[in-house]
Design a protein around this ligand. Structure first.
Ligand code: UDP
Length: 358
């Protein structure tokens, strides 16, 4: 029986892995064996262990570095040293006898595992292949291009990915849709009472280009604090460490990163979401909550086409203008969900995996 290794390192990877695990469990017999290998890239419990626990995937993690392995992935290291430590870890977590590895998206753990697997002559399957934002200064964009260069099979989430994979054989490109949406739809189907009242927005920020330059970061925070709406801001641990906590932010209410369920409840009842996250742009669209993306470009083109996402960049005037436009759309709930955003993406993905690993 063939064996698939699924590589997980960061918060969104746990959400994607959860969708696949659920589908694996649903099928009585799978024609291949599989395991999850964790690199520990996100080592804070709030970004890793708590997600594995919530989604009940810990039992499948066969090879892992401790989630809180600060010795290996230290936020103070340069990006290149962090990446090299992930390559070291990938070498340890890819088990002997693995027939293919599946990497989930564009994080450093994915590129480290893809390169390591190729050195071991193990085929690479890229879930979320073909997405591009066109900004090669972004680490995630560099990772996307490198993984797609190395990969053998391409699982794509939206139409735009086809055009970015034109040099690949169509036989290796599989339109499966977005598995994070499967997890989201299941979460939304739960009848959980709202735990946040009143009118508020939600902010998430963590992209290096927005948070590594203190002048830009504080300009964003200041602009958002003047939008005349309470803005709840689950702060990425990286930023807490960098700026030693957060104080005096006007209308912004900072908090620890939230667990998945709490975060989704917070977002679904929000008037507006401001973010630089990839996953949150999609989730906002599916929940019908207007989204302002604090970047000049996005790889999630389908969210723009759907009408729910406004690319405002980081200029204060543009952000204020975007806020005034998008907040008026709160509750309109007219966004057209793109193809593949239907809660059945994991089923389509596992159907393909069954064929590839038969
Ligand atoms: N998320 C969460 N708690 C938070 C912020 C985000 O559970 O406080 C979830 C969010 O719902 C989404 C995922 O984390 O499923 C997105 O992760 P992130 O923004 O870190 O990564 P990206 O999508 O940008 O790669």
């Amino acid at each position: 029986m063939k064996k698939l290794g699924i590589i997980v390192g960061c918060r969104p990877n746990y959400v994607k892995a959860a969708a696949l695990v659920k589908e694996f469990e649903r099928r009585e017999k799978l024609p291949f064996a599989w395991y999850i290998g964790v690199t520990g890239q996100h080592h804070d419990d709030s970004m890793s262990y708590n997600f594995a626990k919530y989604f009940k995937i810990g039992q499948y993690i066969q090879t892992s570095f401790p989630y809180n392995d600060h010795g290996w992935i230290c936020d103070d290291y340069t990006p290149a040293v962090q990446l090299s430590s992930l390559i070291y870890k990938a070498d340890k977590i890819i088990q002997p006898g693995t027939d293919a590895i599946l990497v989930l998206g564009d994080v450093d753990s994915s590129v480290a595992a893809a390169l390591t697997a190729r050195r071991m002559k193990i085929p690479v399957y890229h879930y979320e292949a073909g997405l591009r934002c066109g900004d090669m200064d972004m680490f995630e964009e560099q990772n996307r291009v490198i993984i797609d260069t190395l990969a053998d099979e391409f699982f794509i989430t939206e139409q735009s990915a086809y055009y970015n994979l034109l040099t690949k054989s169509a036989n290796n490109i599989h339109f499966v849709g977005d598995i994070m949406v499967d997890v989201l739809m299941e979460e939304l189907s739960k009848d959980i009472p709202r735990n946040f009242d009143g009118k508020y927005g939600v902010l998430t920020l963590h992209r290096a280009e927005n948070v590594d330059n203190p002048d830009l970061y504080w300009s964003l925070i200041e602009t958002i604090s003047h939008l005349q709406m309470k803005i709840i801001y689950p702060v990425h641990p990286r930023i807490y460490k960098k700026f030693h906590g957060l104080a005096g932010l006007g209308d912004i209410v900072p908090c620890e990163p939230l667990g998945y369920s709490d975060f989704i409840q917070l977002c679904r009842n929000a008037q507006i979401i401001l973010t630089d996250s990839g996953g949150v742009q999609t989730e906002a669209m599916v929940m019908g909550v207007p989204c302002i993306t604090l970047r000049d470009v996005t790889e999630k083109l389908c969210t723009i086409e759907a009408g729910g996402n406004y690319l405002a960049g980081t200029d204060p005037i543009k952000i204020e203008g975007a806020f005034n436009i998008m907040v008026g759309r709160a509750g309109a709930n007219y966004f057209l969900l793109p193809r593949g955003h239907d809660g059945k993406a994991a089923k389509r993905t596992v159907d393909i995996l069954e064929k590839l690993l038969a």
